[in-house]
Design a protein around this ligand. Structure first.
Ligand code: HEM
Length: 177
């Protein structure tokens, strides 16, 4: 049964990443990014299988259930590539806080205004990213590395919520689709 948090507004702002955390994120990401296609697809398939309501935004696979079928779907693979490339740009710019802020603002605006994605799914996806990376890259994602990633993803979720509030996001009425 799909369980998700109802409320992610008013998350606390995480403290800025330390230099050590930044280096741990960049080093671990470079290893993950060598396998970006498989890693990205594994993360998104896990999201859509474990949290089926997150498929509602994707016309091509919102009714698909089988992981093998989801894995082959072009729209899923395209979004997986976009997620991995956006995270790569974010990770490469961690020393430039203005750039990080503008990347996250752009991401939040597009998902709030164009795709109308409920911000709760950023929190859910963050958990899935940590889970899958920990399983697939256990030597890379040590507890300290996982803690640094947890902080980065919490920052992403916090900034999504700030942007969603700024653009006046309101939850659309529940769909039966
Ligand atoms: C780390 C989190 C995420 C990143 C980096 C990301 C990145 C992107 C990018 C770069 C695009 C294409 C450019 C654009 O339209 O802005 C996109 C499109 C989209 N995203 Fe995300 N996304 C994330 C999370 C999510 C989540 C959690 C959902 C919904 C559950 C979602 C749903 C969509 C949809 C529906 C589109 C349009 C897809 C299409 O046109 O085929 N995204 N995303």
């Amino acid at each position: 049964m799909e369980k998700m948090q109802e409320e992610v507004a008013h998350l606390e702002q995480p403290t800025p990443l330390t230099d050590k955390e930044t280096v741990m994120i960049q080093d671990s990401w470079s290893k993950v990014f060598e396998h970006r296609d498989e890693a990205g697809v594994a993360i998104l398939v896990r999201l859509f299988v474990n949290f089926p309501s997150s498929k509602q935004y994707f016309s091509q696979f919102k009714h698909m259930e089988e992981p093998e079928e989801l894995q082959k779907c072009a729209q899923l693979r395209t979004h997986a590539g976009r997620v991995m490339n956006s995270l790569n740009t974010l990770v490469q710019n961690l020393h430039n806080s203005d750039k990080v802020a503008s990347l996250l603002k752009q991401l939040g605006k597009a998902h709030a205004l164009r795709h109308k994605v409920d911000p709760v799914y950023f929190k859910i996806l963050s958990g899935v990213i940590l889970e899958v990376l920990g399983e697939v890259f256990p030597e890379v994602v040590t507890p300290d590395v996982a803690a640094a990633w947890t902080k980065l993803l919490a920052t992403l979720c916090y900034e999504m919520n700030v942007t969603y509030e700024e653009v006046g996001w309101t939850k659309p009425p529940a769909s039966t689709g």
